[in-house]
Design a protein around this ligand. Structure first.
Ligand SMILES: [Mg+2]
Length: 417
């Protein structure tokens, strides 16, 4: 007996934050609605489709948005309200399968392979979910149906808003190959440019290359792109339930010896942790660092901040404080991990300071120092840290798009001499 082909649905709410604002204030219907941080460093979270016609899109600096769309309606995010609606939407998804993997408040993968007997084929389930989401929330969702995550994700992006795109089983390559390279999930602008300079235009162009060509040129990521382009994506839908902590952990092939290597790895992990927090709309108050040495001795040390954060600088500062304190008695590191716990949902003040913004000096008064004596400011190897940050930003972009650990920051642990 062969196993039934996988049925994956990717669901993505249409202009989610903006749609919720319009739902709650119908007078905004038909207007360019822009939700985001309204301060001088704010960025756009979501733009309604009317606003997108002005060239306003998410992640755009608010200053630019106002220039492009002076007549727009600008609204501060109300994260608690989006979370409330997100819970309702996710509840609809859970009616059809326990295998729901949220990627953010408004987006999820569902594996409905096993739901066939109860609810019918994936296409039918997608239609029912769309109708029920609309009924239960008044909002629209776009769905993509395919035999794998990558194609389902691409499919849901094709027909927005309120769309449904099916990639028929057996028709994967026919669907995929005519698409431009930017449709490959996880391929950012820089990589697109590189591929373009190789004369590649469509996903099919990349797919027919020999696997080794891309591997030689781009390493593991090259292989990954080649596999996706050839319809090979075996990643499972991983259900995620309310986590108590969010973070990143890595076991190293070779133990890390120097403080520079260790700090670079910790920085990468702090950044990954922060990215994951933000993705889930969370902040954390307790920062925990896990150290394991070559002899498998493990210690975890935590520091609780005076308020929850999702800011890289604040998290990394706490991590460094912990590390500097432990450093004198630490051997070579086999494993490091950074996580945040005591999680809460993001408050509206958050969106005004982006991680890309210049580092704000962290006030010591922000932190609980308990009964600690005042410490010396940790000495940072500025160059190593800068290099690590740069690398990590690139990795972060890639990894963020995959929503998984497709890109390990392992290279950061060996700064070039
Ligand atoms: Mg969306």
């Amino acid at each position: 007996m062969s196993r039934p082909p996988k049925s994956i649905i990717h669901l993505d709410m249409d202009a989610f934050y903006a749609s919720v604002e319009i739902l709650d204030n119908p007078a905004l219907k038909g207007l360019p609605v822009i939700v985001g941080g309204l301060g001088s460093r704010g960025v756009v979270s979501t733009a309604s489709y009317e606003a997108r016609a002005f060239g306003v899109h998410s992640a755009l600096p608010m200053v630019t948005a106002r220039r492009r769309c002076p007549e727009g309606v600008y609204i501060r995010p109300r994260p608690w309200r989006y979370k409330e609606m997100s819970d309702r939407i996710m509840a609809v998804f859970h009616r059809y399968t326990p295998l729901v993997e949220p990627l953010s408040l408004d987006e999820a993968f569902l594996d409905v392979t096993g739901s066939y007997r109860l609810f019918g084929a994936a296409e039918e389930i997608a239609r029912r979910i769309k109708a029920e989401v609309r009924e239960d929330t008044g909002l629209t969702v776009t769905a993509g149906v395919a035999s794998q995550k990558h194609l389902a994700k691409i499919a849901s992006g094709m027909n927005k808003p309120d769309g449904l795109t099916i990639v028929p089983a057996g028709g994967e390559l026919e669907f995929l190959w005519p698409l431009p390279l930017k449709s490959l999930w996880g391929v950012g602008k820089m990589m697109q440019e590189k591929l373009k300079s190789l004369g590649l235009v469509t996903i099919g162009d990349l797919a027919v290359l020999e696997r080794g060509v891309l591997e030689k040129r781009f390493g593991k990521f090259g292989t990954h792109m080649w596999e996706l382009a050839n319809g090979l994506d075996a990643r499972e839908v991983e259900p995620w339930n309310d986590a108590k902590s969010v973070g990143a952990e890595e076991t190293f092939g070779e133990n890390l010896e120097s403080p520079e290597e260790i700090k670079a790895a910790l920085l990468a992990q702090a950044m990954t942790a922060v990215r994951r927090l933000r993705k889930q709309g969370l902040k954390g108050r307790t920062v925990t660092v896990k150290f394991r040495d070559g002899k498998f001795k493990t210690r975890t040390r935590a520091k609780t901040l005076s308020r929850p954060t999702d800011l890289r600088d604040e998290v990394y500062k706490a991590v460094l404080d912990i590390y500097e304190k432990e450093a004198p008695t630490l051997g070579p590191m086999r494993l490091l991990g950074v996580s945040l716990s005591r999680l809460s949902y993001v408050g509206e003040e958050n969106l005004d300071s982006e991680p890309e913004a210049p580092a704000v000096p962290v006030q010591r008064s922000l932190f609980d120092f308990e009964a600690e004596p005042p410490q010396m400011e940790p000495v940072r190897n500025e160059e190593a840290v800068k290099r690590a940050e740069k690398l990590n930003q690139a990795l972060d972009q890639l990894a963020g798009k995959f929503g998984i650990d497709a890109v390990r920051p392992a290279t950061l642990t060996k700064p070039k001499k």
